[in-house]
Design a protein around this ligand. Structure first.
Ligand code: SF4
Length: 368
């Protein structure tokens, strides 16, 4: 519940508004997970709340970790039985959680494990917030109980590039939330936005707007809404192909809003907000990774305040696709750089536990 909802709820008990503020502080700042631990509340109220309420509604099914204990993937079950996943990633200078906004996804991108599930349901805002609370609790626990290990040297040439670094000391604070897990956030806009406001609330979880990043497959109405939204959160757009023929084959959404409409809307967004956008471009061997396509991409985004993230595809069992080889990625990146388009290659965390981009599918597909 937001503070306003807590005030209303406590009002039904005849309790004053300051009790709601106390409870919000216990839930979102102190992060207690048992009402009886809220020692600033009268015992009778705590007992009544214990009888009537429960903190959280997700059941944690399991958590697995990899990358020297710096990447943690949680599988949760909703009260209605569907499963979702969240991934906590600890880097040299920050900690980030990637959260789901839907169970499954209706968008059907051909390279994505979640897309195979179809849409199972929209998440409520509290399901989204709760994933962030899990990440904060996990980070807090890790920072108290573990010391960073020496980074594993990856000898496999397939895993190279910038993975965000290895910390000397674990960060205490979860500063970043990316809405890039299962689902398309703009297809569940209102509930997702409620979660954004709840996460940003300075009296509560207090994550800065610049620490919040939403990723969309290119739902043009959502981009327009975000341009008028009151919080300056970051926008990432999954582009993955620079022309309609290729993009429609990879991403059915392109038949509804094509590349030209998406890019025009993005340019308007940048003009209106003054904020830089990121384009995500997953690289599939022999599909969308030629220097010619890199040139098309450079022309498409020319002059825009943007950054391109190149993401060598993360394997999904049973998908007949290949991850671009290193020299193809380098050649692609070089074309963009020569054209003056800022770009980086993102090597993903969590690949071995199916926690990286495009690999999340609950227990249905994604393995450990
Ligand atoms: S890539 Fe994103 S939008 Fe596309 S199917 Fe997967 S979860 Fe949905």
């Amino acid at each position: 519940m937001s503070q306003t909802e807590l005030v209303e709820f406590l009002g039904t008990y005849g309790e004053p508004a300051f009790r709601a503020r106390q409870i919000a502080r216990q839930l979102y700042v102190n992060q207690v997970d048992d009402v009886m631990q809220m020692s600033d509340l009268p015992l009778a109220l705590r007992q009544r709340l214990t009888d009537d309420c429960r903190i959280g509604s997700l059941t944690q099914v399991r958590v697995v970790n990899t990358d020297d204990n710096l990447t943690h993937k949680a599988l949760f079950m909703l009260p209605t039985g569907e499963q979702i996943e969240s991934v906590l990633m600890i880097y040299k200078d920050r900690a980030t959680v990637c959260v789901s906004t839907q169970a499954g996804c209706a968008m059907g991108c051909t390279f994505c494990a979640t897309g195979r599930l179809g849409l199972l349901r929209n998440l409520e805002s509290h399901h989204i917030v709760e994933q962030v609370l899990w990440a904060r609790r996990t980070l807090r626990h890790l920072s108290k109980t573990t010391t960073p290990t020496t980074p594993t040297k990856h000898t496999d040439d397939a895993w190279w590039g910038d993975d965000g670094g290895h910390p000397d000391a674990l960060p205490q604070h979860l500063g970043n939330v990316v809405f890039m897990g299962m689902g398309e956030p703009f297809a569940n806009y209102d509930r997702w936005w409620q979660a954004v406001e709840r996460l940003h609330d300075p009296q509560g979880i207090n994550i800065g707007a610049r620490g919040l990043t939403v990723s969309t497959v290119g739902l043009v109405p959502g981009i327009k809404r975000l341009a008028d939204a009151p919080l300056p959160i970051n926008l990432a757009i999954s582009l993955h192909a620079p022309n309609d023929a290729l993009r429609s084959a990879m991403m059915p959404v392109n038949k509804r809003w094509n590349v030209a409409e998406l890019i025009d809307t993005t340019r308007e967004y940048v003009h209106k907000t003054g904020r830089r956008v990121s384009f995500e471009y997953v690289l599939l061997q022999g599909e969308n990774d030629t220097p010619e396509l890199a040139g098309e991409l450079a022309d498409l985004v020319h002059g825009m305040l943007c950054h391109v993230n190149l993401i060598p595809w993360n394997p999904v069992p049973g998908m007949p696709l290949g991850r671009s080889e290193r020299q193809r990625v380098v050649a692609f990146q070089r074309v963009l750089q020569t054209a003056g388009v800022p770009c980086t290659v993102r090597v993903e965390r969590g690949v071995s536990i199916a926690a990286a981009c495009g690999q999340l599918a609950g227990a249905a597909i994604s393995g450990p």
